[in-house]
Design a protein around this ligand. Structure first.
Ligand code: IPE
Ligand code: IPE
Ligand code: MG
Length: 240
């Protein structure tokens, strides 16, 4: 394989359906087992030479779920960060987070800060958790930042460029995703990285997230390698 994407994004979907299919009484078990799938995806991605892996773990809209499920997800987030620190260190993975992090419970935020601090020297891959994340909210935040700069005379509105917008997004420190994978068979974006995925290759897999394996990741990368990313040009131009 010669074209390994630099940045892979994943919408980790299907935990609830997985739990139901397995006969568990609640959806929570699906979220717990989903953490194991994330461990496989993250270590697998690092081994394959991917530099940035960004995963959608909790959307802005997910706050509307029943309180018991939201509480369980926040607890799983905290305990997993603690439990998986060794895996992050052994694999050279630096943890990062994007989203409206101020909305998270303070103990979850503290745990996130601690894990980011502990892994900040790791160089092999950046794993970004999108938490309380919404693409429109991110764009809104960027518009406010830029409007404030314009109002104070720091920038001329006529000179606002794509680079200004990219720099004002929560993802300013990373390249745009080359490949976006969504599991569970749903074929929608659900408010994920709306600006950043404008030219990402999209792959929708029927597998439910807790069943996601390294083989699924490798197969997605194989399909990605077959795609011709023309970005507006003709196939002939690319071959020249
Ligand atoms: C994805 O799985 C995890 C989160 C959104 C937090 P779901 O919980 O959406 O599972 P399904 O889609 O209902 O099966
Ligand atoms: C998207 O999944 C968000 C995450 C995977 C965290 P959802 O299950 O919330 O998306 P919809 O509601 O089916 O679009
Ligand atoms: Mg879902």
């Amino acid at each position: 394989m010669n074209t390994i994407p630099q940045h892979v994004a994943i919408i980790m979907d299907g935990n609830g359906r997985w739990a139901k299919k397995q006969g568990f009484a609640t959806r929570i078990r699906g979220h717990e087992i989903g953490v194991e799938a994330l461990r496989r995806a993250a270590t697998g991605a690092a081994e394959l030479g991917i530099q940035f892996l960004t995963v959608y773990a909790f959307s802005e809209e997910n706050w509307q779920r029943p309180k018991a499920e939201v509480d369980a997800l926040m607890t799983i987030l905290m305990t997993s960060l603690r439990k998986e620190l060794g895996v992050l260190q052994e694999n050279g993975i630096r943890l990062n987070a994007i989203g409206n992090l101020a909305a998270l419970p303070s103990r979850a935020r503290r745990q996130l800060d601690e894990t980011m601090e502990a892994t900040k020297g790791n160089q092999r891959m950046v794993l970004t958790l999108a938490l309380s994340y919404g693409g429109r909210q991110e764009l809104l935040d960027a518009v406010r930042t830029i409007a404030t700069q314009a109002a104070s005379g720091q920038i001329d509105p006529q000179s606002i460029s794509e680079e200004h917008i990219a720099k004002a997004l929560w993802t300013s420190a990373m390249p745009d995703p080359d490949l976006l994978i969504r599991t569970s068979g749903e074929q929608r974006i659900s408010n994920f990285m709306l600006w950043q995925i404008s030219y990402a290759e999209l792959i929708f897999l029927p597998v439910l997230w807790p069943d996601f394996s390294k083989k699924d990741l490798v197969e997605a990368l194989e399909e990605y390698a077959q795609r011709e990313r023309r970005i507006g040009k003709t196939s002939e131009q690319l071959k020249q």
